[in-house]
Design a protein around this ligand. Structure first.
Ligand code: IVH
Length: 666
């Protein structure tokens, strides 16, 4: 082994260990920055030595851009589901049945029933080789590329693991990540996920693993399959699997009596509120594998296991009033106000109704008593109406036809669930909402201005559109209520400092629908200036990485609206950055050459290749023309790009040739 290879392997081992400490054990031993530094170091070594590529390297956890239709693969052992029970009597029946069948003492391993999506992970010689969804139980989707991005799943096992192993478990999205992702989605006008289970399942089936890598997924394993298991006891095998690097829940318990089982149920029925993720019940498994074998299976379920499902906690309460909230995109969201009622440890006063369709499908009437449920989300939702309590003569709730804030007639676009207020320039919550987004941390990060200040600035006629912020002075601010000279100075300084914010964040700050942080970054690097972006057709916008038709159309519409053109022109005059800063060049090898890149590459991401080209003086453009010097062609390249390149006689080069051209490859 060469010393470079040794260095690479040592770094990979070290980073795997840190990932395990962080994602599985929740106890990191180095700072995030130190971790990033080491990861970059490894990335660099791997880039320079592509012969040591390894799909299971910690650097590969970032995903790739390949679009894949998932391949269906058959499970070696079918993935059965469990019989469900909803009451304690049925659990006692399970106990009695087991006692009768086994006719000898037995243990029951009680586990939490994680509410996510089931996964099978196969390892050969300690390496993750395949991850497959449950599918229909017999066959599932091969989602290996996506699963590799989930940091709590070991890509390489440690300790005394079996040579060939299958682990089964659940991919979940913990509450914190779920909330965050839904906030981001709502922020850019996307429909939020209904619950963490849907979010986990949806994320796992994304076509682009780079996007999966950004989803806060976690994986808890609960079943070990291999020829020679360490123990006849399931619980011991779980402990062994923990030592191999898997995340195993600490909350399983081996019970020897019905009373202990009932205690476990009662404990978790309330304690589950304090878990950072959703569980929807308890699973009971006969602990001895030889006893499991003796009990066998029915057509669909094993006889040796059963699940107890919690009933979703519900509360009934009279509806007081529905508020129609107008968001910064103009979407109108109905929120129900109910008589305060106790539900799963908190007092509920408000519950989401999502949209007009939901109100209609509930057949909600004024003064109805509603049934409220708490799912994974913090805001409870109304799931039904208690018809028996409907007062005589009450009438159906009618969704307003006009904006409750500004009176404009609401519109609903084809295929959209929400009604919108079209008066974006004159509707208070839309204006202040856009301003609040503009100054927020991830946008322009003007932290001296909070929501209250925005409301005050608007109310006092000082600011009614984003560019107005840039003409604020200390003198104009001082007359505001409770405004000290020092705060006014902070505000003005904060605004001035925002002139240094890079183009991609300015683009995000504008609040274009469907343009989140990542999309803004992509657009900024693909088009470089606002002028190029504004000249692009919808098709050209779609040619950029991960930009779908909905986003492309939204960007196009935004940049062609006269109001927005004026707004951007004003912001340009104020000195905001509307062009991407040039990357530092290290050589001029590629001066005067233009490149188009398409497809995916074995050793580098597209962004990495683009950055390399630019650092050596080359120019990246998004579409092929007669002036293009080279088309860098990867796997799964779009056929139209190839055709166009052939027609215009543009040279196509692969990854290796590109590196040679740069002078990087030996
Ligand atoms: S054991 C044959 N254990 O619930 C054993 N399943 O219908 C099968 N689940 O599809 C699974 N937590 O997705 C088991 N601790 C746990 C579980 C669990 C959640 C899911 C799993 C399965 C379904 C059972």
């Amino acid at each position: 082994m060469t010393s470079i290879e040794q260095e690479i392997n040592a770094l990979r081992d070290e980073l795997n260990r840190h990932n395990h400490n962080y994602y599985v054990l929740n106890s990191p031993t180095i700072t995030d920055m130190e971790f990033d530094l080491k990861l970059k170091q490894l990335q660099k070594l791997e880039e320079e030595n592509p012969q040591f590529f390894d799909a299971n390297s910690p650097t590969q956890r970032v995903g790739s851009d390949i679009n894949l239709d998932f391949e269906q693969v058959e499970h070696d052992t079918p993935m059965l589901s469990l019989g469900n029970t909803y009451n304690e009597q049925e659990i006692n029946d399970f106990w009695t049945r087991t006692m009768r069948q086994l006719n000898e003492p037995f243990e029951i391993c009680c586990e939490l029933k994680f509410d996510g999506t089931a996964i099978s992970l196969k390892y050969e010689h300690g390496e993750l080789v395949r991850a497959v969804t449950r599918g229909d139980g017999r066959k599932g989707d091969d989602v290996t590329r996506n699963v590799r991005t989930i940091k709590s799943i070991p890509l390489r096992l440690s300790g005394n693991y079996p040579d060939s192993l299958e682990m089964r478990g659940e991919i979940i999205m913990p509450h914190a990540g779920f909330e965050q992702i839904n906030r981001q989605r709502e922020d850019i006008g996307e429909q939020p996920f209904a619950n963490p289970r849907n979010a986990a399942a949806g994320s796992l089936k994304l076509q682009n693993s780079r996007m999966v890598a950004q989803r806060p997924l976690d994986c808890i394993l609960y079943y070990v399959l291999c020829d020679e298991l360490p123990s006849d006891r399931h619980a011991n095998n779980l402990e062994a699997a923990r030592a191999w690097g898997f995340k195993i829940s600490p909350h399983f318990k081996v019970c020897r009596s019905q009373a202990e089982i009932m205690d476990f149920i009662h404990h978790w029925a309330t304690e589950r509120e304090h878990l950072p993720y959703d569980i929807d019940g308890i699973v009971f498994k006969v602990n001895s594998l030889s006893q499991q074998k003796r009990m066998g299976l029915t057509a669909k379920n094993p006889r040796w296991a059963i699940s107890y499902k919690f009933k979703a906690e519900q509360a009934h309460s009279p509806l007081i009033r529905i508020d129609y909230q107008v968001g910064r995109t103009g979407a109108v969201t109905p929120v129900a106000n109910v008589e305060p009622v106790q539900l799963a440890g908190t007092i509920v006063r408000r519950a989401s109704l999502h949209n007009a369709d939901i109100i209609a499908s509930l057949d909600l009437h004024d003064n109805d008593t509603v049934v409220i449920e708490k799912g994974g989300e913090i805001i409870p939702k109304i799931v039904a109406v208690d018809i028996d309590k409907r007062p005589a003569g009450s009438t159906p709730v009618v969704f307003p036809t006009h904006c409750p804030e500004c009176g404009a007639k609401l519109v609903r676009e084809e295929g959209e669930a929400a009604f919108y207020c079209p008066n974006s320039a004159g509707c208070r919550p839309q204006i202040t909402g856009k301003l609040i987004h503009f100054v927020s941390r991830k946008a322009m990060n003007i932290d001296s201005i909070g929501e209250e200040t925005i409301e005050a600035l608007y109310k006092n006629g000082l600011v009614s559109d984003i560019p107005d912020l840039y003409s604020l002075t200390v003198e104009k601010l001082l007359p505001l209520d409770r405004m000290a000279r020092k705060s006014a100075l902070n505000i003005v300084q904060g605004i001035r400092a925002s002139l240094d914010v890079p183009f991609e964040r300015v683009l995000f700050a504008l609040g274009i629908r469907f343009v989140g942080e990542t999309t803004a970054k992509t657009l900024a690097s693909a088009f470089e200036t606002i002028e190029h972006l504004a000249e692009a057709s919808v098709e050209q916008l779609m040619a950029a990485e991960d930009i779908g038709s909905k986003t492309a159309q939204s960007v196009f519409d935004y940049l062609h609206s006269p109001d927005n053109i004026t707004r951007i022109d004003r912001l340009k005059l104020c000195g905001l950055k509307f062009a991407k800063e040039k990357t530092e060049t290290v050589s001029d090898h590629l001066n005067g050459m233009t490149f188009v890149i398409s497809g995916t590459f074995e050793h580098h991401s597209r962004d990495e290749i683009k950055a390399l080209i630019e650092r050596h003086g080359g120019k990246m453009v998004s579409s092929i023309s007669a002036k293009t010097s080279y088309l860098i062609a990867g796997d799964n390249m779009g056929p139209s790009k190839r055709e166009k390149a052939e027609k215009l006689g543009i040279r196509m080069i692969n990854e290796e040739e590109t590196l040679k051209l740069i002078g990087q490859s030996e």
